[in-house]
Design a protein around this ligand. Sequence first.
Ligand SMILES: *Cc1c(COP(=O)(O)O)cnc(C)c1O
Length: 481
Amino acid sequence: MTRDDAPDEDTEALLLAAARRAIAYRRALPAHQRAPASYGDCVAAFDEALPEQGMAAPEVLAALVARAEPGLHASTGPRFFGWVIGNSHPVGVAADWLTAAWGQNTANHVAAPAAAAAETVAARWLLELLRLPAESSVGFVTGATMASFVALAAARGEVLARAGWDVEAQGLFGAPPVRVLIGEEAHASVFSALHYLGFGKASLIRVPADAQGVMQPAAFEERLARDVPKGAPLIVVTQAGHIHSGVTDAHERLVPLARARGGWVHVDGAFGLWARACPTRAHLACGVEGADSWATDGHKWLQTPFDCGYAIVRNAAAHRRAMTIAASYLPPVSEHERDPSHYVPELSRRARGFATWALLRHFGRAGIAAMVERHCAQARLLAGLLAATPGITVLNEVALNQVAVRFGGEADIAAGDTLTRATLAAVQEDGTCFAAGANWRGRWIMRLSVIGASTTDDDIRLSAQAIIQAWRRVASAAEGG
Ligand SMILES: *Cc1c(COP(=O)(O)O)cnc(C)c1O
C-alpha cells in the first residue's frame, strides 16, 4: 500500500527528485526546438487502462517524465518563436513550485491571507508599470482570453446599467441591444469572450483594418455614425499588439469618439500593452490609458509560468458587480481587504499573485523595460537579416516584437503559399529555431515572435541563418522540380 501522507523523508526525496528532473530538463534543453514526439506518439505513450492499483510515488514521477519529455517543445528556450510564448522564467517557476506546495485556495483573504496580499500588491505594481489608472481593479485570471471575458462582462453590466437595465439581476433576455464595435482583425479569443457574454459573432459591428491590421479610424467613425443609434449602449473593442504585426489601434482617435457616445472601450493588449513598460517603446501603445478596461497576459512578456493573465478595469465597482460571488460563508466586499474572487469567474483558485509578484520583484521596472527594448531590437535584427535575402519578404513594419514573413515573392499568391508552408516545415524539421504559421489577409505567413527572456542576439543570428538556409533548400527544390 502506498500512503497519501507519505513520511517526511519520502516527501523530501520526491520533491527533490522532481526539482532535479526539472533542473536537468532546463539545463539541457533539447537542441531540437520541436518536440520529437507527435501528439499521437504521446497518446500512445500515456495510454493504458485505468490502473486498478496504485504505483509508488518515485515510479509515478519517472513514468510521467518518460512519457512527457519526448513531447515537449523547447518553448522555455531562447530560439522558440512560435505563437507568443514567454519563457516560464526560473524565478516564476520557483515561485510556482512554492505556490503548488503551499496549496492555498486563493478565493479570499480569509482563506489565503498571504496569497491575497501578494495579488493586492502585484496589482498595484502592474498598474504603475503599465501606466494605467491607479483606481483600476485587477483580476488574476488564466490568460488574456479570460481577462477579456471578465472585462467585457463588466462593460456589459455598466453600459446596460446606464440604459436602466440591471443585467446581473435581469439577465440578457429583453435587455436593450448593446452595440459592439470591433476591428475585423481582433484576436479570435476576443470574439469568443464576446459570444460567451451573449454577443454572437454575427451581431458585432466589424470595422475594416489596414494592411498592418490597424482598425481604420475613418471607417470606425463611419460605422459609429451609421450603425449605432444615439444613446444606445455601446462597447468598443480595440487592440494593443496585433498577433501578426504587433501594431496597436489608434487610441488617441478612437477613444474620444467612443467616449462622446458614452461607450466603454476595452483593449486586448495580451502582449502589446507591455510596450508601455518601456520608455523607448511606450509611444507604440499611446492613448491606451484612456480606455475603460484592458486584458493582458503574464505568461507572455512577463515570463510567468502558464497560466496567468490580468483583467484590468477602471471602474472597480462595475468589475465587482460582474464577478462577485456572495455567500454567507464568504467575506463580503470590503474596503480594507481585497478578495481575489470578486474580480474573477473562479472561486477556488491558484495563487497566481506569487509568481507575478516574484517576477516583478526580480526584473524591476528597469529590467522589464530593458527586456522589452531588447526584444524589439532583436525582432528588427531578425527582420533585417531575413528581408536582405532574395525571395524573402517581411510583411509588417517591425516596431514591436512580431515578424510576419513570406517566401517566394508576391507575383503568384498560391505559389507563395506553397513555398511559405514548405519553408515553415523545413525550419521546424531543421530544429535550430521554431516558428509557426498563419493565414493573414489571404496569405500564408511564417510568424516569429521574439518574446523569450533568454533570447540573445546570437540566437537571432543563428535562427535567421537557419531560416534562410531552409528557404534556399525549398527554393532550389522548387526550381529543380
Ligand atoms: C495570446 C493572445 C490572446 C489570448 O491570450 P491567452 O493568454 O492565450 O488567453 C489574445 N489576444 C492577443 C493579441 C494575444 O496575443
